[in-house]
Design a protein around this ligand. Structure first.
Ligand code: TRP
Length: 481
């Protein structure tokens, strides 16, 4: 059942996990959410969640992967057998596969926009165009199903090619070129922003922590974002963890992933807001921040076309290193379960996800409103798919935390973590109680118009549920308190 593949180098897991974590979430979603939610206060909650909840779940997820040495679905099947727990824990694998499939479908469409903007920047098409013109050009892109489908196809095909070549020749080799180049471009864009834009304004916007600025919705979005940005709760990290050599330290690796991911988000935020403030534009533009506000800032600045083009290549590279980690868990499962060749497995996953992506494409134009879908679900297909992933990811994270916290034995965890008893206890407390309670918060995002008192109530229910699950599902011999 096991594939027994292992990364060539000790550091490759870190490279791959950072590649997965750093993506549109850091460069596109993080800056616009921060902009919409008033800056520093949002970042404070985001950073706290990363360290108190994200890192413990990250450790749990890598641990499950490395312990089972299989794709998430087969891996969870193996772990439920060896730990004599209920087979319902296998839902972790299935939920992950479903989220990967859903996220890839829209991730690829949005990444495709960056292909368009790379072209617009390098050709100088936006130079001297005014704000209305830049906005119209974005609207025109969204209004064209043909163009969106073309970019979506190009992006997903490129990702499929890399994964199809295998974990060594494709993923490892690709990441080894991609990741260092991305860091160089990021630093170039930051320096450019610092010289030409207003770094001081950006820094004070990002690092002035005034909690009163933050709405309940802002809190929930900050926590949801910390899951999304670390690629948590859906098996991507588990699949990569399965290829991790046994001797690499889990705690240190998980910590490094979180630190690098957060640093990239901060640097991207500083660079983007320096340019936006330097050009006297509004930071609270929402999803259009990267595709309308930022191109406008570039258009007005000397050398902006060139640096802007490099910036969108950075976006593309970061997105592709994430999308390959969305394909890998499902492809690895198809290979293990149905004995397919890797190219066949990748093709099936990618073609299905591509087809689903067409719904996202149409959600921006022909099906933007007034369809039967809107009548049934009250939102566009894209918004619906995003909502599903916003539910599945935290749910997956919750189950992973509970399984790793309650089902794995003390000895197993110590073997994987290679740490001292104190860290072990802190970690276990966090995955058993703190992470489940925090996930309950994140869920509230998908329940509209909740009253404040529901939060503690749901937190309490989840904690009690965690206990109940621990008692019911798990064999007594796995509980060494
Ligand atoms: N972390 C990615 C980003 O920041 C997005 C993402 C979410 C993801 N879940 C994932 C990537 C799972 C790969 C696998 O853009």
């Amino acid at each position: 059942m096991s594939t027994h593949n292992v990364w060539t180098h000790k550091g490759t897991f870190l490279l791959a996990a950072v590649g997965s974590a750093v993506g549109l979430g850091n460069l596109w979603r993080f800056p616009y959410l921060t902009g919409e939610n008033g800056g520093g206060a949002f970042i404070l909650i985001y950073a706290l969640t990363i360290f108190a909840v994200g890192i413990p779940i990250l450790i749990a997820e890598i641990m499950l992967g490395r312990n089972s040495r299989c794709s998430p679905i087969m891996g969870m099947r193996f772990l439920t057998r060896t730990h004599q727990t209920s087979r319902s824990w296998e839902s972790i694998g299935w939920l992950g596969a479903a989220s990967a499939f859903l996220i890839l479908s829209f991730y690829s469409v949005i990444a495709g926009w960056a292909i368009h903007y790379t072209g617009l920047m390098f050709t100088g098409a936006l130079i001297d165009v005014d704000a209305a013109g830049v906005g119209q050009s974005f609207d025109a892109l969204l209004a064209s199903p043909g163009l969106l489908t073309l970019y979506h196809t190009l992006f997903i095909a490129a990702s499929a090619l890399i994964v199809g070549l295998g974990i060594h020749k494709g993923i490892e080799a690709g990441l080894r070129v991609l990741m260092p180049s991305l860091f160089v471009i990021l630093l170039v864009v930051l320096s450019y922003g610092a010289i030409i834009g207003d770094l001081g304004a950006a820094a004070s916007f990002l690092f002035t922590f005034n909690l009163a600025d933050l709405s309940l919705e802002g809190w929930l979005q900050a926590m949801g974002q910390s899951f999304f940005t670390l690629s948590l709760g859906m098996g991507a990290i588990m699949a990569y963890g399965a290829y991790m050599p046994g001797e690499a330290s889990l705690t240190r690796t998980a910590f490094s992933i979180a630190v690098v991911d957060t640093a990239v988000a901060m640097v991207a935020g500083l660079a983007i807001f320096s340019l936006v403030f330097g050009a006297g534009l509004d930071p609270g533009e929402g999803p259009g921040l990267m595709f309308v506000t930022l191109p406008l800032a570039f258009a007005e600045m000397p050398g902006g076309a060139l640096v802007g083009g490099a910036f969108f290549i950075l976006v593309l590279g970061a997105a592709i290193s994430s999308s390959i980690s969305l394909i890998e868990p499902v492809a690895a499962f198809l290979v293990e379960r149905f004995d397919m060749t890797r190219p066949q497995a990748v093709a099936i996953m990618v073609i299905a996800s591509w087809a689903l992506g067409l719904l996202t494409v149409l959600s921006f134009n022909l099906w933007a409103e007034g369809t039967l879908f809107h009548t049934l679900f009250g939102r566009s297909p894209f918004a619906f798919i995003e909502l599903l992933t916003n539910i599945f990811m935290p749910l997956g994270g919750l189950l992973i935390a509970l399984f790793a916290g309650w089902a794995l034995t003390h000895a197993e965890v110590m073997k994987e973590m290679r740490t001292n008893e104190r860290w072990f206890r802190i970690w276990r407390f966090l995955v058993r109680f703190v992470a489940p309670a925090a996930v309950a918060f994140v869920f509230l995002r998908s329940i509209p118009q909740v009253e404040g008192y529901l939060i503690p109530a749901i937190g309490a229910v989840v904690i009690v549920g965690a206990f109940a699950a621990g008692r019911t599902f798990l064999a007594d011999d796995s509980q060494e308190l």
